[in-house]
Design a protein around this ligand. Structure first.
Ligand code: UDP
Length: 357
């Protein structure tokens, strides 16, 4: 495809590199990487303090948005004073005609609402499943008015929306050269993610307690009181908090684990950490719901467990030796390479640009 001028609009719940934006941060970085390799020109607009080496970033000041997953279904759209989100889209209004296509990563009402007011196509990569009626309505409106422009990561994520059939499923892709295969693990389990209630960390902690196998935990402490509550409830569990690490260090540590536990309460849209584990040769034990249930090949690259069943986790941990770590790495290479993602996203953009604007 001919080189495009692309404007990326980042999440507004945190600066890039902070971890507050969850998987969106790595997804944005990986897409910038593969599309740049293919000759496209990328400019990223993101909140002040963003760290995204090797790509031009326009840093925008202002108050961050609160995270959507903490609200109820009938929640109103909330806008703080001096919102970074609105300032970003003022900049879009002024500069967007310099670009061929805009790619929005923010799970927020405003970018969808503003889409019809612009003279360039806006592609929306939706990073979470259905959470509120207000968001569902505005995303659906865009999907009707601008066919092809709404993409998601998995079919399970699409199925949470009433307009699932109009969502394009693009999966995700990773620079697998950054992840080293680790053939011989240590006697420990891993858990990686934002430490927040929807991630269900407590189930992994109980599973570690029951098996006596140490659980190492990496990720941003997004909800301190939730973490404190876990520490208070399970004071003797063999767990250690290892902090929030950059990808290169995270993969080194994660690779040493017997398995990654994924215990989300919500329908995880994708679950970047599943692929990062597989890329290191680490099998994934996950609840059979949302993105991980589409990623893990049960019995081959990990085990899928009845949702919310800690005894299911314990059984799966006991059977972890049956999983060939080489098969895990291979699955990541075949299905989740940066190249495969680049092909899917270029085709997505081509379909958008071929539509009437
Ligand atoms: N992550 C990281 N360092 C850590 C722990 C996590 O960079 O120490 C990143 C991880 O690479 C992944 C993201 O945090 O990209 C978590 O994303 P995921 O899709 O698993 O869940 P989300 O937070 O989006 O719900």
């Amino acid at each position: 495809m001919p080189p495009l001028n692309l404007l990326f609009l980042s999440t507004t719940v945190g600066p890039l590199g902070s971890g507050m934006g969850g998987g969106v941060e790595l997804t944005l970085y990986n897409l910038a990487k593969v599309l740049t390799q293919r000759g496209h020109r990328i400019v990223i607009v993101a909140p002040s303090g963003s760290m995204c080496s090797s790509f031009p970033v326009i840093e925008v000041p202002g108050t961050l948005q609160s995270t959507a997953q903490t609200q109820g279904r009938d929640a109103f759209i909330v806008m703080p004073p001096d919102p970074v989100l609105a300032t970003m889209w003022t900049l879009v209004q002024q500069a967007h005609t310099e670009y061929d296509l805009l790619l929005n990563f923010a799970y927020d009402w405003l970018p969808f609402y503003l889409t019809p007011f612009l003279q360039r196509p806006v592609a929306h990569l939706v990073s979470m499943g259905s959470l509120t009626d207000a968001m569902d309505q505005v995303i659906e409106q865009v999907s009707l008015q601008f066919p092809h422009t709404v993409a998601v990561h998995t079919q399970a994520q699409a199925d949470t929306f009433p307009f699932a059939e109009r969502c394009r499923v693009v999966g995700n892709g990773f620079d697998l050269s950054l992840y080293q295969f680790c053939p011989s693990p240590e006697r420990c389990l891993g858990w990686v993610g934002r430490i927040a209630p929807e991630k269900g960390l407590e189930d992994a902690v109980v599973a570690a307690d029951k098996t006596g196998i140490p659980l190492r935990i990496w990720g941003v402490l997004q909800d301190e009181s939730y973490w404190q509550d876990i520490c208070d409830r399970y004071p003797d569990a063999p767990i250690s908090y290892e902090g929030f690490l950059p990808t290169t260090e995270l993969q080194q540590e994660l690779g040493k684990c017997l398995a990654l536990l994924m215990t989300p309460r919500w329908i995880e849209a994708f679950g970047n950490v599943a692929i990062e584990a597989l890329a290191c040769g680490v099998p994934v034990i996950a609840y059979r719901r949302g993105g991980p249930s589409e990623i893990v090949i049960d019995g081959k690259t990990g085990w899928l467990v009845e949702p919310d069943s800690v005894s299911g986790l314990v059984d799966a941990i006991a059977r972890i030796e049956q999983i060939d770590r080489q098969a895990c790495r291979q699955q990541a290479e075949v299905e989740y390479s940066l190249e495969a993602m680049g092909d899917r996203v270029e085709q997505w953009f081509a379909d958008i640009l071929a539509s009437k604007w």
